[in-house]
Design a protein around this ligand. Structure first.
Ligand code: ADP
Length: 402
């Protein structure tokens, strides 16, 4: 009997686990070694042993795991499980063994004979076969798991590729939309600027008394129209500038000019606002410093910083221009509410506004400092802020003197 078993046992390893018939082949090999009428492999499920493969095993399916079985099943030192399984499946001549992978019980293997009990030798041989079967099952399960993983990976790859294509298309669409949006904004801004320039120009002419004297009320109102027009123009210019920055269509129109001239011109533009808020605007400018820059953009930088200073100053704004180690330093300082440290970097980002300092009476886009930073960068310069809450704010521009 043992000789026959040794000769046949290697047949287990010839079974092709990828074939659907592997369970039948396994039972056939076993039947050549230990004769049985029916056989079954049960896997451990949470509360039962569920029938996985069976041969002539139609009488029952799952075996309920009661407390008694549970106790003996997991404790391998507690000995055989045959007697308890025998009672549960109500068969007379059976052999039941645990199926273990390493030290873990993964299920049980049961064989049954109608008319004759199993001998001790058969029991020993069956136990050995069960060990081989447990290993085969482990390989089988692993190959199934691998197959599933391979499938999932392939699907994942396909999905990833599909997502990539979708993202690529969406990106293209976003870029096209951005272009359209920028073009639209540029057109609208341009169309708005033309009538606004007329409004500002006419109100300047009226307040300059080119067309005769105005009474105090008319003078007041015309100043208001001019200021509102200037603010609106500032906002439109900011939108126009940011669209140009984003579409990388900014070009510098360089020329050499005297900084003090540019600063005084900007001070004149901002003067109505300064007067309205009853602020003092002091300048301390070295008159001999010239710079090579884009005149319009240079003025826009100053205008943005100065209009912020006017918005927040309590009583005073000071503009300083000096030369230090071939660097032109321009400082615009106010005595306003200040900017807490944690916002210093963020205020240069698009649309960023320090919420608790926002002034409801003022127009703002959150673009002014973004434009300042970009324009300064285009000129090879740097901008930094020195400020703290309630301690005023100073913006310092640093341009290399070419
Ligand atoms: P806007 O002024 O249109 O809101 P900016 O980009 O020019 O946008 O400024 C961003 C934010 O930085 C402002 O909303 C304000 O909170 C803060 N800020 C800028 N300049 C000053 C300043 N001189 N004093 C206090 N806060 C300032």
């Amino acid at each position: 009997m043992f000789k026959n078993a040794v000769e046949k046992i290697s047949k287990f390893y010839e079974i092709d686990l990828t074939k659907n018939s592997h369970a039948d082949e396994m039972f056939d090999v076993l039947n050549e070694i230990v004769k049985f009428d029916s056989a079954a492999v049960f896997y451990l499920a949470p509360n039962s042993l569920s029938l996985q493969f069976g041969k002539n095993f139609e009488l029952y399916h799952d075996i309920k795991i009661n407390e008694k079985l549970s106790k003996i099943l997991y404790d391998k030192s507690s000995g055989e499980i045959t007697d308890i399984v025998k009672k549960l499946i109500e068969k007379k001549h059976i052999l039941a063994v645990r199926l273990c992978v390493k030290d873990t019980v993964i299920g049980i293997f049961v064989i049954e004979r109608e008319n004759e009990d199993f001998s001790f030798d058969e029991k020993l041989i069956f136990e050995t076969c069960a060990k081989i079967v447990a290993n085969l099952i482990k390989d089988l399960e692993l190959s199934n798991v691998l197959k599933l993983q391979m499938k999932a990976m392939q699907e994942g790859l396909i999905e990833t590729h599909q997502s990539y294509e979708v993202i690529k298309k969406q990106n293209k669409k976003i870029k096209e939309n951005e272009k359209l949006q920028n073009k639209f904004l540029a057109n609208v801004s341009h169309d708005l600027r033309t009538p606004l320039n007329s409004i500002i120009g006419m109100s300047e002419a009226l307040s300059g008394k080119f067309f005769g004297e105005l009474n105090p009320k008319q003078q007041d109102y015309i100043e208001d129209i001019k200021i509102a027009g200037l603010k609106l123009l500032g906002m439109i210019n900011e939108i126009l500038d940011i669209t140009k920055i984003e579409s990388h269509s900014l070009k510098l129109n360089l020329s050499e000019f005297n900084i003090s001239d540019a600063v005084f011109e900007v001070c004149n533009i901002i003067k109505p606002l300064v007067l309205k808020k009853e602020l003092v605007l002091d300048t301390n400018i070295d008159k001999n410093i010239s710079i090579v820059a884009d005149y319009v953009k240079f003025q826009q930088i100053l205008l943005n910083l100065l209009s912020n200073a006017v918005k927040y100053a309590k009583s005073k704004i000071i503009i300083n221009v000096s030369l230090k180690d071939s660097n032109i330093l321009i400082s615009i300082k106010d005595d306003g509410i200040g900017i807490p440290k944690e916002h210093h970097r963020k205020i240069f980002g698009k649309f960023y506004q320090v919420q608790d300092t926002l002034l409801k009476t003022e127009t703002s886009t959150g673009l002014g400092l973004t434009i300042v930073k970009e324009f300064v960068k285009l000129h090879g310069g740097k901008v930094k802020v020195i400020s703290a809450k309630d301690e005023g704010t100073e913006f310092i521009l640093n341009f290399p003197q070419k």
